[in-house]
Design a protein around this ligand. Structure first.
Ligand SMILES: C[S@@+](CC[C@H](N)C(=O)[O-])C[C@H]1O[C@@H](n2cnc3c(N)ncnc32)[C@H](O)[C@@H]1O
Length: 288
């Protein structure tokens, strides 16, 4: 592993470029693991993030598939089977009309990320038992609840006035025999962090559908940086709605993070969508 948390498949990079230069370059892009994620990711070029969005929109064609494949945003309750139980996530669809309120219902990338975590733990690509996890922009809280059921000590966070529904969902779903634990805290991206968030720094930072507004990108990255130590792995899932915003995020984040895209073959088989993407980010280690 090098200083950027990167492990390359030595068998592949050892060979000389052969007749097919494109295939060779693609192989070079494939990492065997990134940070604490022990699965294959495709490295996003820090020089050309445009290439990433062109690939995603050109190959996955997200606009041709229907939104809300997994989230039912009009219902008051969303049921999701995960970790041997049925989670029942309360939603407040009527609040979605309030300007700036987005977390009162679940979004597809949240369901995808929750199920991805379950699958990644089962496949031993991630270990969450006893790990400190901070979730950003938790909304209704499905992802953080799944992480707690998988053994993590989770802090679910959101804007200060969005915590009521989140707390209700944590209380309603984390009953009985839970391998980990969960607490709910306010956290506004870009703000100074409470001591208990940074001491110690988390093993994992999670976020689903948190890259959707250009205005919030700088603050979001500032918080990701504040929360990232040498052992921290960030996992973000997002919905492919706007290539310009994703590109802006990737360009800015690539200055400080090594970014890899998780192939859909490693997602939960029941929860894949061409409209969603999952990235693993690891803070680059600066040489002194
Ligand atoms: C689209 S929702 C996604 C909610 C949830 N993660 C999901 O996948 O269903 C975005 C979430 O980010 C939160 N958020 C937006 N801007 C924020 C900021 N500046 N600081 C903290 N949280 C923010 C919102 O309140 C909301 O819960």
């Amino acid at each position: 592993m090098n200083g950027d948390g990167v492990v390359k498949d030595e068998r592949k990079v050892a060979g000389k470029p052969e007749e097919n230069e494109y295939e060779y370059e693609e192989e070079q892009r494939m990492l065997e693991e990134l940070g604490m994620y022990k699965g294959k990711v495709r490295l996003v070029s820090s020089e050309e993030p445009t290439e990433e969005t062109m690939l995603l929109w050109g190959i996955q064609q997200p606009t041709f598939s229907k939104p809300n494949a997994f989230a039912r945003q009009t219902s008051l309750q969303l049921r999701v089977d995960a970790c041997g139980r049925t989670l029942s996530i309360l939603q407040s669809p009527s609040n979605l009309g309030t300007p700036g309120v987005t977390g009162s219902v679940m979004w597809d990338s949240g369901v995808v990320l929750g199920k991805f975590l379950e699958h990644a733990v089962e496949s031993e690509r991630i270990h969450l038992q006893g790990k400190k996890v901070i979730e950003l922009g938790s909304g209704c809280g499905l992802v953080g609840c799944v992480a707690a059921l998988l053994g993590a000590q989770v802090i679910l966070t959101d804007l200060p006035d969005r915590l009521r529904l989140l707390k209700k969902n944590v209380e309603a779903n984390l009953y009985g025999d839970v391998r980990g634990s969960a607490t709910v805290n306010e956290l506004t991206w870009g703000d100074e962090l409470d001591n208990d968030m940074r001491n110690p720094l988390p093993d994992y930072v999670l976020g689903s559908d948190v890259i959707y507004s250009e205005g919030a990108v700088v603050d979001l990255i500032a918080t990701l940086l504040d929360l990232s130590g040498t052992q921290t792995t960030v996992i973000l899932a997002g919905e492919l709605r706007n290539d310009a915003i994703l590109e802006y995020f990737l360009q800015a984040a690539a200055e400080d993070f090594t970014i890899g895209r998780v192939d859909q073959t490693q997602w939960h088989p029941d929860c894949c969508s061409p409209r969603v993407v999952i990235y693993v980010l690891v803070k680059k280690q600066r040489k002194l």
